[in-house]
Design a protein around this ligand. Sequence first.
Ligand SMILES: Cc1cc2nc3c(=O)[nH]c(=O)nc-3n(C[C@H](O)[C@H](O)[C@H](O)COP(=O)(O)OP(=O)(O)OC[C@H]3O[C@@H](n4cnc5c(N)ncnc54)[C@H](O)[C@@H]3O)c2cc1C
Length: 439
Amino acid sequence: MSLSIAIIGTGPSALYAADGILKKAPEARIDLIDRLPTPYGLVRFGVAPDHLGTKNVTRQFDKTFEKENVRLFGNLTVGHDITIEELKSRYDAVLLATGAQQDKTLGIEGEDLEGIYGSAAFVGWYNGHPDRFAKNPIAEHTRQAVVIGNGNVSIDISRLLIKEESELAESDICAHARKAILEAGIQNVYLAGRRGPLEASFTPPELRELGKLEKAVPVIENADIPDALPDSIDTSIPSGRVTAKNMEIMRSFADLEADKAERKIHLLFHASPVAFLGDRHVTAVRFEKTAIDDEGRAVGTGEFFEIPADLVVTAIGYRSRPIEGIPFDEKRGNFPNNDGHIEDNLYVVGWGKRGPSGTIPTNRADSFQVANKLLDDLAGQDSEKGGPDAFDSLIRDKGLSPTSFSDWKTIERAEEQNATAPAPREKFTSIQDMLALLN
Ligand SMILES: Cc1cc2nc3c(=O)[nH]c(=O)nc-3n(C[C@H](O)[C@H](O)[C@H](O)COP(=O)(O)OP(=O)(O)OC[C@H]3O[C@@H](n4cnc5c(N)ncnc54)[C@H](O)[C@@H]3O)c2cc1C
C-alpha cells in the first residue's frame, strides 16, 4: 500500500509540502485538513486585497487538490474535532502546517485601549476571516492612524487605509471594510518603526507603490536618507541590494509634492512606542526616539514625542497557536523541531516551523526540504497504518461533516457571483453562511 500522509493546514507551506511529496512519491495518499471550509491560508486572509496577482498562486495549488490521491477536509480543527494522536495513529506521517496567526503584543502601557488592533486581527477583518469579523474597528471620527512596524504588512495596511474608492474597486477587499475605510476618509497615516531607513524590512516593489497612490503621498519624517550608502551595506549580496533600492525609492519620494497632497503616509523612523494614551479609546501614541548602536540595534535616546491617533495597528509579528499533544515553545511562539521533524512521525513546515518570516515562495524550498526528509525517514517502510480509510471511519464515528474541495469550489463560485464588477469576489465572512450554501 502506498504511503499515507495527513497535512494539517492548507496554506502555502502545506500545498508546497504536498507537491514536494508527490514529486518523489506520486502514489502517496495525502489528506489535507483545515479548520476553515476555505483553503489557501494567508493567501486568502493575509495577502493584501489589492494584490490580486499574488493570489494567482492558488491556481497552482488547485492542481494539487485536483489529483486523485489528494483530498481536502475543511471545517475540521485539529486539537478540537480530532486529536493529533488520532492522526498519528492512522497515517504514516503527519505534517503540521498551521502557520502563525496570533498577534504578538508590545507589552506597553495602554495596549488594551479601544482602537488598538494587532495586524492579524485587522488584516483578517478587511480580508473577511471568519474569526475576525466583529465590529468595525475604524471609528467614524478616525482621521489619523498609526501603524507600528517597518515591514510589508505595515505598508499593506497603511496603503489600504488611505486609498480612494477607485483604487479599491478591483480589489477583493470585503464590502464592510471598503465601506468603513471610505467613510472614515483617513487623512494621515504614520508608519512607525524603531529602526532607521537602512534597517527597514520593506521590499522595493511594496515601498515604491506608496509613491504611486492617487491622492496620498509618502513623506519621510524624521530621518535623513543618505545620498550615498554607508560602507556597511554590501551591495554584492541580495539584502544589500534591497537596501540600496529602498534608499533610491525613498530619495525619489522627496520629488513628490507632499505640501499639496490631501492625504499623507508619514514614514516615521527611529520611533519606539512606549505607551498608548487615552481614557477609553486611544488618542495618541508616545514614542521614544532611538539611535542605532554598533550592533545595529535600536536603543532609546531618552527623548520622547507623541503622535495623535484614533486608530493604531501593530504589525510586529505573529505566534503560532499551540495544539494539544504537540510540544510548543512558549517563548518563541512556535513548534520546536529539528529541520522540520518534531517527534515520532510528526513533522512541521512553514511559519509554524520557522516562525513568521518569509514570503509565499520561501515556503516552497523549505517545505520541499521537509518533504524530502520525511520521505527519507519513511524509505523502505511499507505503509503500516490505516490511512485515509481509517480516517474516514474516524470522521463517521465522530459524526463530523467536513467540507470537500468540490464544496470549496461551490463557495468560490458563489463568491464570484456575489461580487460587484470589477471586484473579482465578495467573500463569505461566516462559516455558517458557507455551510448553508452547501446544504
Ligand atoms: C498580512 C500578511 C500579508 C502577506 N502578504 C504576502 C504577499 O503579498 N506575498 C507573499 O509572498 N507573502 C505574503 N505573506 C506571507 C505568506 O502569507 C506566508 O509566507 C505564508 O502564508 C505562510 O504559510 P503557512 O502555510 O505556514 O501558514 P498559513 O498561510 O497561515 O496557513 C495555515 C493554515 O492552517 C490552518 N490551521 C491553523 N490551525 C489549524 C488547526 N488547528 N487545524 C486545522 N487547520 C488549521 C489555517 O486555517 C490556515 O489555512 C503575508 C503574510 C501576512 C501575515
